[in-house]
Design a protein around this ligand. Structure first.
Ligand code: PLP
Length: 392
């Protein structure tokens, strides 16, 4: 028996454990300090009442012989796929029902989709980035090249004809930088993929934070994308499903490589290796798209967005460079006074008792930057920014 040695090439992720360790040490030394955490990437507001109601109803159905459901379709129930189809149609994107696959979240599908592609492909990943894109490819032993995101390109790298890549990751709005591509920017990536026979894996987990109607919320708003892109989306940040677990992946019928339909491959993969999402959860997700559900989740998104604005306004007033915040729950700031990411972490914890995430944890280009999130409590966000303001 031989193990997959690629796992030994994975870099240990000490980011969140180091943060937890440093905060624990600080609070031990300063038991009266009120530490405010603006580093978390998890939501804090509860599920919308419409979602809870729908799930309760589904639980009741499961307890009655006539409405009990056993194994469901691995690719998702029709009622949820239809709700998603309508959601895209409201933004002028037509999807066939069999192009929509319900999943237990974007993270799983972003990793699992790699089953379909040869190990010989070269993967292009932005730097800094959501670490899952890198680690899942290291596990498979694929060659990874990086697209530099930095201050010069406002953390939105563009394709480089000199770099040959087969699989391209794009995340917009981005984690950790909060940067959002315009339609023109995405078109350049679509053109590159079509020209180079590459595929784009488009992570739209934060699409619901985009407010400007001119900014794309789906890659399928770009002409030609159905021939070269797969889109991953999630109810995690949209509707507080981080613990409930549901997402969806769009695999267009038009995606054909080497004469093979990618949609058929994914269906085969999912029906073989995935059990589907629980009926109860899918009913909850369906309720997100009801009139009542939409109203309720928009209130939560507005709450987080207002927090993001409070953070962004503080940085603007202080003349500190940052990206994100307007169309994203993340604010990515340049550490003041040329501090490194970890120096700034220690400084902010010591002087203001505010916790964020050092940018260096998201890749080399994250050094010198820092991520704050808007998923916290309003009063605490205001208090954190008041403390921050006194320092700079
Ligand atoms: N994609 C990005 C860019 C994320 O930041 C996250 C979570 O933080 C995910 C996907 C995970 O989404 P899910 O909870 O649906 O697995």
């Amino acid at each position: 028996m031989k193990i997959n040695k690629n796992y030994q090439k994975l870099e240990d992720s000490y980011l969140f454990s180091t943060i937890a360790h440093k905060v624990a040490e600080f609070t031990q030394k300063n038991p009266d300090a009120s530490v405010i955490r603006l580093g978390i990437g998890d939501v804090t507001l509860p599920l919308a009442p419409a979602v809870v109601k729908a799930m309760n109803k589904a639980v009741e159905e499961m307890g009655v012989k006539e409405s009990f459901r056993g194994y469901g379709p691995e690719q998702g129930y029709g009622f949820l796929k239809e709700a998603i189809q309508k959601y895209y149609a409201s933004r002028n994107t037509h999807l066939e029902l069999d192009e929509i696959f319900i999943s237990d979240g974007a993270k799983s599908d972003v990793g699992n989709i790699l089953d379909l592609f040869s190990q010989d492909n070269t993967v292009l990943v932005p730097n800094p980035v959501y670490p899952v894109y890198v680690d899942t490819n290291v596990m498979a032993g694929r060659k990874i090249v990086f697209a530099d995101a930095n201050e010069a390109n406002d953390f939105l790298p563009m394709p480089d004809e000199n770099i040959k890549a087969d699989i391209i990751y794009i995340c917009s709005p981005n984690n950790p930088t909060g940067a959002v591509y315009t339609k023109e920017g995405l078109k350049k990536w679509v053109d590159y993929a079509l020209k180079n026979n590459a595929i784009i894996l488009y992570d739209a987990a934060y699409e619901c934070f985009i407010k400007d109607k001119n900014l794309p919320r789906s890659i399928f708003e770009i002409e030609g994308a159905k021939k070269c892109a797969i889109e991953f989306c999630s109810f995690s940040k949209t509707a507080g499903f981080t613990g409930t677990r549901c997402g969806y992946t769009i695999v267009p019928q038009e995606l054909v490589y080497d004469g093979v339909h990618i949609n058929k491959m994914w269906l085969r993969r999912q029906t073989t290796k995935f059990n589907g999402v629980p009926y109860i959860v899918q009913r909850g997700a369906e309720a997100v798209f009801s009139e009542e559900g939409q109203k309720q989740i928009q209130e939560n998104i507005a709450y987080y967005s207002e927090n993001a604005k409070i953070i962004a306004d503080t940085l603007k007033a202080k003349g500190i460079y940052f990206t994100g915040g307007t169309h994203s729950p993340y604010i990515w700031l340049k550490c003041p006074n040329n501090m490194s990411s970890w120096e700034f972490f220690d400084y902010l914890l010591e002087k203001a008792q505010v916790v964020g995430t050092p940018g260096a944890g998201f890749g080399e280009n994250g050094e010198g930057f820092f991520r704050l999130t808007s998923f916290g409590d309003r009063a605490k966000t205001i208090e954190a920014m008041e403390r921050f303001s006194k320092l700079f």
